[in-house]
Design a protein around this ligand. Structure first.
Ligand SMILES: [Zn+2]
Length: 399
């Protein structure tokens, strides 16, 4: 967790919005914090929840830190603060989870001050869950607060969003991001500068990329090489896509192995437990681990599409004679310039919009990644005249 002073510095507006709402006693009963990822949203939600249940709060977003409620919050066992998170293999917040939360809310608050529900990854509310939840949101009992967290605000069900006050957290500024890369991630100056640029203020993205910067740079160079071959690139496209597919499969297999090991360990620990309890616990563990692994793979797929978009963005800048330092991949300037002469403005724009079209479904649905990537890259290199359909492009790659 980040300390609250850092969050205050990074998110002055969001902090101020909550602070003055509390000072003026205008805090809405439902708030959604929309963030670019790990820039203080969880810490703000925690601080607000603690402030709301504190017996002796200060003015604004300040809790006393001394009362029993603050103590219980500190050790994470406050009975009036509930957490709702996506569960199960499909990573959804189920109607049952919402039902359970609503039942808990019907009882009197145990400490008599307020009840707070923190809903993590609120975009995972299914339609059915959202409808159930709406009833509670429309007729809030007094002293019950909902704090929703999401880094995908556009996926949040509109009827829910319209009943919450939105507070947006900002991406980190360049200097703060550089500091994260230098001090927190211990990167060298050039690596920190590159990562600060490419992550665009999303700390979650920087944390995720920090360990694989070399690999990213190699992939970016390979992709530019592929694009420069134009129609002669099909074998290289196939090779690149299959290599990515293999890397992801390796991670998936590794994950499966870890699940098996963890299940065996838990099974040994619970050898004397009731068989039904044991079964439920093993299933819970497996589900949680499957979700975590699926998220890693999802992030990897998303990163490939983001890299493609960012590379074309740079080619576009070169095409428009923008200053060189504006390029995200400044270490690839000669290659970027070469592509800017090989592709027309129309082609560049079309390529970017095709990535946009494919990336959502290709990241979140279980489409075969290497096939989609091959098709997309094959479309990108095709000449503007007689461009082939996606399925023909896939056929052309020999699959
Ligand atoms: Zn307190």
């Amino acid at each position: 967790m980040l300390d609250i002073e850092t969050v205050k510095k990074w998110q002055p507006q969001a902090f101020q919005a909550l602070d003055s709402a509390l000072k003026n006693s205008h805090l809405p009963h439902a708030i959604v914090l929309i963030s670019p990822g790990e820039v203080g949203e969880a810490e703000l939600a925690e601080a607000l929840a603690t402030r709301l249940v504190c017996s002796d709060p200060g003015e604004g977003l300040v809790s006393c830190g001394k009362c029993e409620n603050c103590h219980l919050r500190g050790i994470g066992t406050h009975p009036d603060v509930y957490y709702v998170r996506p569960e199960g293999r499909i990573r959804a917040i189920s109607p049952e989870t919402i039902g359970g939360m609503m039942t808990s809310l019907q009882t009197k608050s145990l400490k008599g001050i307020a009840k707070v529900v923190i809903i993590e990854q609120a975009e995972a509310l299914s339609k059915e869950s959202a409808n159930k939840f709406l009833k509670t949101l429309e007729e809030p009992s007094s002293k019950t607060y909902f704090i929703l967290l999401t880094s995908r605000g556009e996926r949040l069900i509109p009827t829910i969003r319209s009943r919450c006050q939105t507070i947006r957290l900002a991406p980190l500024g360049k200097e703060d991001m550089l500091k994260v890369c230098r001090e927190e991630l211990k990167l060298t100056v050039p690596a920190a500068e590159f990562l600060a640029r490419i992550s665009r203020g999303r700390r979650a993205k920087a944390l995720q990329m920090a360990g694989s910067l070399g690999e990213y740079q190699k992939d970016a160079a390979d992709i530019l090489e592929i694009y420069s071959l134009r129609e002669r690139a099909l074998p290289a496209i196939r090779e690149f896509s299959l290599a990515k597919h293999r890397a992801m499969k390796e991670i998936k297999d590794q994950g499966d192995e870890e699940i098996a090991k963890a299940k065996k360990k838990l099974s040994d620990e619970l050898k004397d437990a009731d068989p039904n309890v044991k079964k439920v616990e093993l299933q819970k563990l497996e589900d949680a681990m499957i979700i975590a692994n699926a998220e890693i793979l999802q992030d990897m797929r998303a990163a490939v599409y983001e890299m493609l978009t960012d590379l074309w963005r740079d080619v576009w800048l070169m095409k428009r004679n923008a200053p060189e330092q504006e390029a995200l991949h400044s270490f690839l300037l000669p290659q970027l310039k070469r592509l800017s002469s090989l592709y027309s403005e129309d082609e560049i724009v079309r390529n970017v919009s095709e990535i946009d079209l494919v990336r959502g479904p290709a990241v979140f649905l279980s489409m075969q990644f290497d096939v989609v990537l091959q098709g997309l890259l094959a479309r990108h290199i095709a000449p503007p005249e007689g461009r082939v359909l996606l399925r023909d492009a896939i056929k052309a790659t020999g699959l």
